[in-house]
Write a new protein. Structure first.
Length: 628
């Protein structure tokens, strides 16, 4: 069975785009390093590429990049990095480097979800991330019910606005069934939200009581706010019960699961939710009334708020706050609010499509392909397609997308459009009131953002070209192939110690006009070795020094007849030395050269060929071919 050096799990609340974008980013980052990785995805279709117990046991470390519960308890005892799904998309290299560093703490039973990032305020980050993940676990399970039920209800309106009312002349039995079935699905929103928030906190005991508390919240009219409060209330009550009852004999574990947890849980959490229902109902109605009031009193302000929220993080928590509010109002028969939310969510991906259309060759081929695909994604209400564009230039692109989304939402409210479905994009146009005006509002917002993005990209490319022309000669002189010359590669070198190797390097550097002081070169290499060994593994060392006497950046490669002791990481003798000579003040250069050399040395095939090479020409050709 294949084993993996790193395993990972990704998941986002909607389980549509972020989940798979994080998977691809992590897989690409691992591939660049020649590292094996397996990424388990938690999407709307369930768990794909599931990790087995054996794969978890054999892995060196785990990356969790998720905003929902991915059953982290499986990884107890393994080094685990636990971050939001956006970190997996934006910083895959950093996460993999952190795992490879060996400094990641092992995951413990009951451990709070953490960002595993150093610095002050990490505990605060962990708490908020834990709360957010639990909330999004509820939202991710709730959304399919809301979407399915909303579309069913929306289709029933195609037979007439009152077609599901038996007392109306428009009554249609099929429409009645559609609306009734859809209504059942919509009514499950609060219990499902509550149950899966609780499940994320307290696992199965939380799930069971969460369903009951969620039903209490629904019956008492507390809305989705009641579901959120009930979910957290239930989860932490069940954790408290588990703590109180942990002292019972192990023989009573069955009694705890089937009797004590459910009875005590429903008694405590049920009564608590019942008495909280009145204030929660008042808060819920007040908030909905406040937001609904903007539709008539200030549609421009409401559109601005909704547009900015929807485009700010494109599927993240701020976006979801607007979306969940829209679905809650939708369940109460308010179809105006969701119209603006949908318009604001559709506009960003369409804007990126228009941007690559207007921007032409200012965008790369891959960006153009992604932009054209976003015409389809945007048309079906999938906002996440715009994220790669925003991630590259967030300071510029996100405000541009917020402007376009705000224009689309404002025009939607001014046109008094109604959208009775919570998802689907242009697929639900037959049931949208003033459908033409709605599409027009979205296109205007998308075109404004698209034109601004294209203008900014063209300006950036023009500026970069000008800068490249000025720095091209300098940059070329700093590339690895420009500092490696065939005359600086020597095979069959005789040396019996590390110091003798340094002396030979110093002689070559003076003879080839790399350095003017051989003694300083030897002392520079020796001083570096005192800090830590430059002896790597498999017989390779990469010494380096930065001196005033070095005239030009260069790399000298020696292949020794016999290995010498270098205090290497694997304890084996060294017989291939890749030495770097850096002029004083150019310390960053050796990091760049070291990075390029390291990329070659992660490939076992390259290392084997290097050991088998018998001439300077052969070694030179190996490096130059790989660097092209």
């Amino acid at each position: 069975m294949k084993t993996y050096k790193i395993i990972a799990a990704t998941g986002c609340p909607t389980g549509i785009a972020h989940t798979y974008m994080a998977q691809e980013a992590l897989e690409e980052a691992a591939k660049k390093r020649g590292i094996t990785i397996k990424v388990e995805t938690h999407g709307q279709e369930g768990i794909k590429n599931a990790l087995t117990d054996a794969e978890i046991e054999d892995a060196d470390g785990v990356i969790i990049a998720a905003d929902k519960d991915v059953h982290a308890d499986r990884f107890i005892g393994k080094p685990v990095i636990n971050v939001s799904v956006s970190k997996g998309i934006k910083e895959p290299d950093k996460l993999i480097d952190e795992i490879l560093s060996g400094n990641v703490p092992k995951y413990k039973d009951g451990q709070a979800r953490t960002q595993n990032q150093s610095g002050q305020g990490s505990q605060k980050t962990s708490l908020w991330h834990s709360l957010y993940v639990s909330l999004m676990n509820g939202v991710s399970h709730m959304l399919p019910l809301v979407v399915a039920g909303g579309v069913m209800v929306a289709i029933s309106f195609m037979f007439g606005i009152n077609s599901a009312d038996p007392k109306s002349p428009e009554y249609n039995q099929f429409a009645y069934y559609l609306k009734t079935i859809g209504g059942v699905s919509m009514n499950l929103m609060v219990p499902i939200l509550c149950a899966y928030i609780a499940e994320s906190i307290a696992k199965r005991p939380g799930l069971i009581i969460g369903f009951i508390v969620g039903m209490i919240a629904y019956m008492n009219g507390t809305g989705f706010l009641g579901g959120i409060v009930g979910g957290f209330l239930t989860g932490y009550i069940m954790l408290g019960l588990a703590h109180v009852l942990k002292g019972l004999p192990k023989q009573l574990d069955g009694l705890k699961a089937i009797f004590l947890f459910p009875v005590l849980g429903i008694f405590i959490a049920g009564f608590a939710m019942w008495f909280l229902s009145s204030p929660m109902e008042a808060i819920n109605k007040g908030m909905m009334s406040f937001l609904s009031g903007f539709q008539n009193s200030s549609p421009i302000l409401l559109g601005l708020i909704v547009g900015c929220m929807s485009a700010f993080d494109m599927g993240g928590p701020v976006n979801k706050a607007a979306y969940v509010t829209g679905t809650a109002l939708l369940a109460q028969g308010n179809y105006f609010f969701m119209a603006g939310v949908s318009a604001a969510c559709i506009a960003p991906p369409l804007a990126t499509g228009f941007a690559v259309l207007f921007g032409g060759k200012a965008y790369s081929a891959s960006d153009r392909s992604a932009g054209y695909v976003n015409f389809l994604l945007g048309s079906t209400h999938i906002t996440e397609g715009a994220i790669p564009f925003a991630a590259k230039k967030p300071i510029k692109v996100i405000p541009i997308l917020m402007l376009g989304s705000s224009i689309a939402a404002i025009l939607t409210y001014l046109f008094k459009v109604q959208v009775p479905a919570p998802h689907g994009g242009f697929i639900v146009l037959p049931i949208v009131t003033h459908a033409f005006l709605w599409v027009l509002a979205i296109l205007i917002g998308s075109l404004v953002s698209g034109l601004l993005m294209a203008w900014d990209q063209k300006r950036t490319v023009a500026k970069d070209k000008q800068s490249d022309q000025v720095t091209q000669e300098v940059n070329e002189s700093k590339s690895l192939d420009s500092v490696l010359e065939i005359r600086n590669i020597h095979c069959n070198v005789q040396a019996v110690s590390q110091h003798e190797v340094f002396e030979k390097l110093a002689e070559i550097s003076v003879a080839n006009h790399i350095s003017s002081d051989s003694k300083a070169v030897v002392e520079g290499f020796m001083a570096r070795e005192k800090l830590s060994t430059t002896g790597m593994e498999q017989g390779i060392a990469i010494p380096h020094t930065e001196l005033d006497s070095i005239r030009k950046a260069s790399i000298v490669i020696l292949k020794l007849n016999e290995g010498v002791d270098w205090n290497a990481l694997d304890g084996h003798p060294t017989n291939i030395v890749i030495a770097m000579f850096i002029p004083k003040g150019k310390g960053n250069d050796h990091l760049r050269y070291l990075s390029e050399v390291s990329k070659l040395l992660i490939h076992q095939e390259f290392i084997d060929q290097l050991h088998q090479a018998n001439s300077s020409e052969e070694i030179y050709q190996m490096f130059t071919e790989k660097l092209q």
